[in-house]
Design a protein around this ligand. Structure first.
Ligand code: ASP
Length: 331
């Protein structure tokens, strides 16, 4: 089986520098050492190092597109794909790639690590061998993410710990597989409508705003001035906002009236957003806000940027939020 590895940066390949951890390890040499003597020969593996290698905190939609371009350009050279990525925004990238490559037809698994590969206590070895095992298993489909013994759908996953080896989870969707001898696989398979021939990702002005007790209408309005192209509100529970704060829901209604889509997610890691279930979410639902259902924040954000990149705006964009492109939401 031919495997293509795309190395984008992240702690996994970092070394100490005078200003903290920065890319610099010999990733290809380390990979060869890891594969030597295993059932995956080094001559079956192709490798791209993106330029520049980045801390994934610095990623933008252009970084997502660079990964997509590399995967596409090696589509015919390999049977399976592994992306080495920083953990901080890996779940944004894996969701973004899932929307753009719905017709790819070959497994893509993201992974990274909490410790650099050069440290004796590193989790890089377990995570990269886990990702490789997932792609050669014949059971991984679409885009997924392997980390700390768990394989999770790439558009259902969140980083849940800045230090734990089991640093990613999918509280709403569950796992695809768990390591062991043998691995234990779940039957979950995300279904989506797909997207034929998508336009590349471009940067867009999406405001992500958290609700907090005491937020005022004036502050919310200030954060939305000038108007962004789309708003992603992190509300409470099933999509509730402070309903007795004078003028607060009016601000969102005005933004909607001006043609800006307002998408409402939850601050809960495990959530199903049901706008209008409570009076506290009803006014914004009536004004035209749409809920993210059981999508993660990362999947919702990447989906909004994907839809804007396809030229969709306003109600046309909002209409796609409850629909599944690549299995990111339970319909
Ligand atoms: N800041 C790093 C990154 O996301 C963290 C990591 O990789 O664990 O690139």
């Amino acid at each position: 089986m031919r495997i293509h590895i795309t190395y984008t940066g992240g702690t996994i390949g970092m070394v100490n520098s005078p200003h903290g951890l920065a890319p610099g390890a010999d990733m290809l040499g380390w990979l060869h050492g890891l594969l030597d003597g295993t059932q995956i020969g080094t001559d079956e593996v192709s490798y791209t190092e993106l330029d520049p290698l980045i801390d994934s905190s610095c990623a933008t939609p252009d970084s997502w597109q660079a990964i997509i371009d590399d995967l596409r350009s090696h589509r015919n050279d390999a049977d399976a794909f592994v992306v080495l990525h920083g953990t901080d925004t890996m779940s944004y990238s894996s969701a973004a790639v899932s929307y753009a490559l719905t017709g790819f037809g070959k497994p893509i698994v993201f992974t990274g690590s909490q410790y650099p590969l050069g440290m004796v206590e590193t989790d890089a070895t377990a995570n990269v061998t886990g990702a490789l095992n997932a792609v050669i298993s014949g059971r991984a489909h679409g885009v997924s993410l392997f980390f700390g013994h768990h394989l999770i759908a790439g558009n259902r996953v969140s980083k849940v710990s800045s230090w734990a080896f089991e640093g990613f989870d999918a509280p709403s969707a569950g796992l695809l597989a768990q390591t062991g001898a043998p691995w234990h696989w779940e039957s979950y398979e995300g279904r989506g409508e797909g997207w034929y021939d998508p336009l590349p990702y471009a940067r867009h002005d999406v405001a992500v705003i958290d609700m907090a007790p005491g937020i005022t209408a004036a502050r919310l309005d200030a954060m939305l001035t000038p108007r962004p192209e789309a708003v992603l509100i992190r509300a409470y529970g099933v999509g509730n906002v402070p309903c007795t704060e004078p003028g607060l829901t009016d601000v969102l209604a005005k933004v909607l009236d001006e043609g800006v889509p307002v998408v409402v997610a939850s601050q809960c890691q495990q959530a199903t957003v049901l706008l209008g279930h409570y009076e506290a979410g009803d006014a914004i639902a009536r004004a035209g806000a749409v809920g993210t259902g059981d999508m993660t924040l990362e999947a919702a954000y990447a989906k909004i940027v994907f839809l804007l990149s396809q030229g969709l705006t306003g109600k046309d964009l909002a209409a796609w939020i409850p629909r599944s492109i690549a299995g990111e939401i339970t319909v």
